[in-house]
Design a protein around this ligand. Structure first.
Ligand code: NAD
Ligand code: UGA
Length: 463
């Protein structure tokens, strides 16, 4: 197998961009090109002003500054990049299907198949093709079939190398991963990818498996993580009625080294582009093998998450004397978690939708999410027309403006800056009684109560 010198990554998104930036930084001898169909996105990756990169991730701008134009390039010339590559990462989106068989459940693999066909059409010499996207178990079989039937004598080796980075901590996760997972059939191809990661990842953290274990492990890892969030969220409701405090319960339970303390933070519900999509996919796969009990088991994680979002909105409505009609509800936070501008599947979108159905006015402030994105998110629900969304939802540039003359403030994202606000000033400018609904359990409810607020905190009694 020839030495790997040129790498191409198809898909310049939340995974492709940061992952290739870190690989380039750690492997100055490699030449890496990230390509995408989306011209705007590529232009943003190439923008001179690093604050204009399409993705906000702490520390990413510094790495891009160091390697861009040296051994990392962003381009729309997909064919050229495929032709020149020794190794091709496929890092395109794999959303839930919105049509046809498996609609709302299965992963839509049309982008993956398109990549495979394009690689098959362009490649003139042997290549290693790496699945970086999250895929249903046994997708590599379809890739093999497309690539091996080109009839042009080119050999392709397929590897599965799922990505485990989390948004907001992408650089940290990439630079210091718990593990790197590589599944494959050909030892030399596996070794070629191991060598790239070994530039900075200790050998013992690089796990190699067969293709199917690697593909399935990615879905299972996300399902387990989401399951922990749904588990603690289920307990948060029980805490609210029994007088237990969910933070104390999470601490006590997580102190058991077999359980561990991470991912036990009660919230208004998990969001993000992957948890729901990947569990739905796992459920769909189980059902296609007639494993209904397995499917039902994992489906509960999503049902509990939907319940948590709905019950948060219900709590606001009930507390505001059973009506939010024309009342001003300030939303602090719109992204699905702190330190990212990503809003995909954010709990804020669902909670806003419930409240808008009850004819509330919503005023949103998020430190990183644009006004356009917020309207796009609401419009995509198709629950009301876009004029109506613009009439009922206002997006402002200051938290104090959002909370001015509000009947209630709802915390939807756990941005650190929310803790440091002048809550006295916020209180003074709100309608009374002034309500706070802390969906992230980040504010000091005792202090808020002393200031005069009526505070409701997820997972706490006496609200
Ligand atoms: P994304 O939507 O941010 O980026 C995907 C990019 O691929 C888009 O810019 C799109 O234009 C491009 N693309 C689609 N088809 C293409 C084609 N045929 N040719 C060229 N470009 C094409 O998606 P993402 O969040 O980076 O996720 C990518 C994959 O990684 C998904 O399978 C996801 O499940 C997985 N993943 C995501 C994360 C995350 O934190 N976002 C973490 C781990 C794994
Ligand atoms: C998640 C996984 O953590 C990554 O390992 C995985 O690579 C990625 O999905 C993926 O495949 O896309 P991400 O969605 O970026 O990463 O962010 P998380 O930190 O996992 O948070 C997901 C959601 O769960 C957020 O809405 C977050 O607020 C919520 N959450 C998380 C809680 O409500 N409580 C917690 O204790 C942890």
């Amino acid at each position: 197998m020839r030495e790997i010198k040129n790498i191409t990554c198809i898909g310049a998104g939340y995974v492709g961009g940061p992952t290739m930036s870190v690989i380039a930084q750690k492997n100055p001898h490699l030449n890496i090109t990230v390509v995408d169909l989306n011209r705007e996105r590529i232009a943003a990756w190439n923008h001179e002003d690093l604050s204009k990169l399409p993705i906000y991730e702490p520390g990413l701008d510094a790495i891009v500054k160091k390697v861009r134009g040296k051994n990392l390039f962003f381009s729309t010339n997909i064919e050229k990049a495929i032709d020149q590559a020794d190794m091709i990462f496929i890092s395109v989106n794999t959303p839930t299907k919105t049509y046809g068989k498996g609609k709302g459940k299965a992963a839509d693999l049309k982008h993956i198949e398109l990549c495979a066909r394009q690689i098959a059409a362009v490649a003139k010499d042997d290549k290693i093709v790496v699945e970086k996207s999250t895929l249903p178990v046994r997708t590599a079989e379809a890739l093999k079939s497309i690539l091996h039937n080109t009839g042009n004598g080119v050999n392709f080796h397929i590897l599965s190398n799922p990505e485990f980075l989390a948004e907001g901590t992408a650089v940290q996760d990439l630079e210091n991963p718990d593990r790197v997972l590589i599944g494959g059939e050909n030892k030399e191809a596996i070794q070629a990818l191991v060598t790239i990661y070994q530039s900075w990842v200790p050998k013992e953290r690089i796990i190699t498996t067969n293709l199917w274990s690697s593909e399935l492990s990615k879905l299972v890892a996300n399902a387990f993580l989401a399951q922990r969030v749904s588990s603690i969220n289920a307990i948060s409701e029980l805490c609210e009625v029994t007088g237990a405090d969910v933070n104390e319960v999470a601490y006590a339970v997580g102190a058991d080294s077999r359980i561990g303390p991470k991912f036990l933070k009660a919230s208004v519900g998990f969001g993000g582009s992957c948890f729901q999509k990947d569990i739905l996919n796992l459920v769909y796969i189980a059902r296609t093998y007639n494993l209904d009990k397995v499917a039902d088991y994992w489906e509960q994680v999503i049902l509990m998450n939907n319940h948590q979002k709905e019950r948060f909105a219900d709590k606001i409505i009930k507390t505001l004397y059973n009506t939010v009609n024309e009342k001003n509800i300030a939303f602090l936070g719109w992204s699905f978690k702190k330190d990212t501008n990503d809003t995909r599947e954010s709990a804020a979108i669902s909670v806003a939708n419930y409240l808008l159905e009850e004819e509330a006015n919503i005023i949103v402030y998020d430190p990183k999410v644009s006004e356009d994105q917020i309207y796009r998110d609401l419009d995509s629900l198709n629950t009301r027309n876009s004029n109506k969304n613009r009439e009922m939802v206002k997006v402002v540039k200051s938290p104090y403006e959002a909370c001015k003359q509000a009947h209630a403030v709802a915390i939807l994202t756990e941005w650190d800056e929310f803790k440091t606000y002048d809550w006295q000033k916020i209180y003074e400018n709100m309608y009374k009684p002034a309500f706070v609904f802390d969906g992230r359990n980040i504010l000091d409810s005792k202090k808020l109560t002393e200031l005069g607020f009526k505070a409701y905190v997820i997972g706490k009694h006496n609200n």
